[in-house]
Ligand binder design. Sequence first.
Ligand code: ADP
Ligand code: MG
Length: 208
Amino acid sequence: MLTLTMAKEWINALAKIYDENQTMLTELDAAIGDADHGINMARGFNAAKTDLDTHPQSDLPGLFRTVAMALIKNVGGASGPLYGSFFMKGGPSLPADNADLAAVLKAFEAGVGGIQKMGKAEAGEKTMLDAWLPALKEMAAAVGDGAGFADGLARTAATAEAGAEATVEMLATKGRASYLGQRSVGHKDPGAASTALMIRSLADLAKE
Ligand code: ADP
Ligand code: MG
């Protein structure tokens, strides 16, 4: 179950994970973008953590909304509004507390729908969606198989990581990396890498 407590721990963990991976993500973005993705993610999730510390939320939709607003307000790059839209669109369908795997899948599907509506990207364009879309497919398969919460999220995280890895060979046709044309090939997409970290972090919390 995704409890309200676990969701807050997830955001705390993401603030730390994006701090620790700031250099790695920024180096990925230096190769095919403008070298700010690590900075953007660390700034955004530290702001979300602080906002939740100062304005504790009493239900999952409220928590997701607070995170969305923090990301939109504090992140300059494209990833701020895109991840902001994920949390904004993902939150409303969640129960107040104790979301099972199917409920989290529904929220993630709505959230990724928000990313697609805003960014107009599809699979194979070398963006964060190349981590999200295969991950959602695997998560839906896990729900169909009757997988447990931790097991379902572990499968989802592994698929997101494979999806991020697969962006190395892709030609970027959306976002800043698309300006490079063929020179974008051979580098992992930073947003796909940050998405894989986001899902892995939740899977790790679910294991505990
Ligand atoms: P910016 O590109 O404005 O510098 P960031 O560096 O923080 O913003 O984020 C870049 C990441 O955003 C890319 O690696 C990619 O995954 C994601 N991205 C960019 N444009 C889109 C889009 N249209 N749809 C989905 N994801 C996108
Ligand atoms: Mg950038």
